[in-house]
Ligand binder design. Structure first.
Ligand code: PEP
Ligand code: MN
Length: 301
């Protein structure tokens, strides 16, 4: 009996692991639509199978000075989307003495920098109560890994009709993630971008690396969905020296966009100082990204 079951599962006619045909039919029909999907943030920023928009910036909007410095640099480099969080969930509740979320002041700095540089803004929504303020400035709302399955938050964000980046929870299967995405789509918001950002596994090959970038998830999701799938090698590896190669590997694996954390002085970053690239490292990476993108018929924007 046991043997028969084993053979049946191996035969793959009735897959019982991960996503089944019934799931696609009844549980996640919208996220797995066969329709072509293009997510247009504005005329310059289009997530499509041809483009790889780069989203870059510091972890937190630490100060007005920092966000202006980074934004001006990115603008010069031709990057179109700035990331930076004014509201930030941290894994542990004890914030370092200097680090306070900049919250509403941070949103005001993002607003100023957006007007000055015309960069689009990605910032994280941690609570529904901040959503109105965030929407006044943000072009793209980020749902962080820790909130992937916070369904009320997802639905409220979806109702704004803003573009949403849904980050995969570090312990979630693709089935869980596609389920969360379906909640967003069911609200009538199709401006959805999926983000692989690293998962928890027993071995990450370095003491400081908390997660492992699941490149296979990008490839696997491509079989199932047409929504853009972006990669965040910074949060996955937690280690700046690994970020460039993981970024290039993500492009080779057909990702549709990238989130890269950077900081003028990474060692001074108030959160996760091991993970941001400095300006020079970022510039070098950008050159390589363009080459790999060309090899897979895509364009870095
Ligand atoms: C972030 O983008 O700064 C972040 C905290 O990401 P994640 O939710 O993937 O940890
Ligand atoms: Mn972060």
């Amino acid at each position: 009996m046991q043997n028969k079951l084993f053979v049946k599962n191996l035969s793959n006619k009735n897959p019982t692991k991960d996503i089944t045909i019934d799931d696609i039919r009844y549980k996640i029909p919208k996220i797995t639509t066969k329709k072509k999907i293009i997510v247009k943030v504005n005329n310059d920023i289009i997530f499509s199978p041809k483009n790889i928009p780069i989203i870059a910036g510091p972890n937190g909007v630490e100060s007005r000075e920092l966000i202006f410095k980074v934004a001006k640099f990115l603008k010069k480099k031709g990057v179109r989307v700035l990331r930076g969080h004014a509201f930030k969930p941290l894994t542990f509740p004890y914030r370092s003495k200097q680090y306070l979320e900049s919250k509403f002041s941070g949103m005001d700095w993002l607003d100023e920098v957006k007007k000055y540089t015309k960069l689009a803004i990605v910032t994280e929504v941690t609570e529904i109560k901040y959503l109105d303020r965030i929407c006044q400035t943000a072009d793209i709302l980020q749902i962080g890994s820790r909130n992937m399955a916070n369904l009320e938050l997802l639905k409220e964000c979806a109702r704004t009709n803003k573009t949403i980046i849904l980050k995969r929870h570090y312990g979630a299967s693709l089935r869980d993630m596609l389920g969360a995405a379906e909640h967003i789509l069911l609200e009538g918001n199709n401006n959805l971008i999926m983000c692989e950002r690293g998962i928890t596994v027993p071995h990450t090959h370095r003491e400081t690396s908390r997660f492992l970038l699941d490149i296979q998830a990008i490839v696997a999701m491509k079989e199932l969905i047409n929504y853009p799938i972006i990669s965040d090698p910074s949060h996955a590896s937690f280690w700046a020296p690994w970020v460039p190669k993981l970024t290039l590997a993500s492009i080779a694996a057909d990702c549709d966009g990238l989130i890269i954390e950077m900081h003028p002085r990474p060692e001074k970053s108030l959160v996760d100082p091991l993970q941001p690239l400095n300006f020079k490292e970022f510039s070098n990476l950008l050159i390589k990204c363009k080459k790999i993108a060309k090899a897979v018929n895509k364009k870095i924007i």
